[in-house]
Write a protein that binds this ligand. Sequence first.
Ligand SMILES: *Cc1c(COP(=O)(O)O)cnc(C)c1O
Length: 362
Amino acid sequence: MTNKKRINVTKTFMPSQDEYQQILKTSWNKNWITNRGELVVELEQKIKKKYDLKEIILTTNGTLPLQIAIKALEIKGEIITTPFSYVATTSSIVWEGCTPVFVDIEPDYFTIDPTKIEKKITSKTTAIIATHVFGNPCDVELIEMIAKKHKLKVIYDAAHCYGVSYKDQSLFNYGDVSTCSFHATKIFHTGEGGALFTKNKEIFNKLYYHHNFGHNGPNKFHGLGINAKMSELQAAMGLTILPYFDNLLTKKKQLYKLYLERLEGNLIFQRIREGTIYNYSYFPVVFSNESQLLKVEKSLNKENIFPRRYFYPSLNKLPYVKEVSVPISESLSSRIMCLPLYFDLTKEDVFIICDIINKNNN
Ligand SMILES: *Cc1c(COP(=O)(O)O)cnc(C)c1O
C-alpha cells in the first residue's frame, strides 16, 4: 500500500464558511468585534453550561492564561513543574520571573509523579504547575493533598483537556486555576484562543482584571494587568464549531480504537487514568528506543505521513533553565511520537500508517 496525499499529525477542523458568516453577523450589525461582545459572552455561557463549570474567562490564546494565573495567585520563587509538556508550561514560569523545579513523571500516565514532589519542596516553593498530558488527568488527589500540607497553589495546564471529565466532573474543575488552549491544532478551537477556569469567585475577579489591563471601570484600576481578551472573530469560530464537537470526538475515538487494535503488541501506549472520560485528542506511541522511532518516522515521511515528536525535548533541556536529571521524562521524550489523528482521517489511512509502523518497527 502506498500513500499519495499528505497526512499531518493533525488537521484543523474548518466549519462551513456560511455558518461562520451567519454567526459573525451579530458582530457586524453591532459594530462590535472585541471587548467582551455578545459572541464571547455566548461562548462562555455555552461552555460553562455544557461542562457544569463555575467560572470561565475566554482568552486570546492558551499561554497568557498560565502567566495570568501565576500573577493572580501571587506565585513567587520556585514552582514545582513537569518536564514533559509543551514549552509554554515552562516558559510561562520563567517569563513570570519564577524558577521551574522539575519533578519526573509517572512512566505509564506521563503526568508529574506526585510521590517525587515533596523531596523538591524548599522554603522558596510556592506552587505546583502540572500538565494533564494529552488530556490524561494528573494524580489530582495526591497533588491536592501535598499542596494543602505545604500551602502551595495548584495550576493545571489543561490545554489538551476540552471535553475530558474525571470522577464525574470536568477536569477544568481541579486546581486553584485551570487553563485551556483553543489553538487551531487542539480538539476544540477558535483559531487562536484559550480559557481560564476557577471555582473561586475571589480568584476569578483577580484573573478577570488581570486579563483586561487591570481595569476597574473605564477610568479606574484594580492593579496591574495585561491584554488577553478573546475577540468576537475568535468566539464566532468557537460558536460555529461547538455543535460539531461531539461528532468530532466520536470520530476520533473510533480511529483511536482502530490504532490500538492494529498496533497492539508492537508499541507502548499511554495509560489513561481510571475514572476518566477521555477526549481522544492525541494518539501517542512509545518505541523501545530513539533509533527505532527515527527509523519508523523516516519510513512514514517517505509515504508523505508526518507524525510529530510530542513532546521533545524534555523541558529540563531548555537553554534557559537549570539542567537537572529527570530520567523518565528524558527517556520518554526521546522515544515518543503522536500519530496522525483528526476528524476526516479515514480507516484506510490508519491501516496504511499501522502497516508501515508494524513493518519497520523491528
Ligand atoms: C498548546 C499548548 C499550550 C499553549 O497554548 P496556545 O494556545 O498555543 O498558546 C500550553 N500548554 C500545552 C500543554 C499545550 O499543548
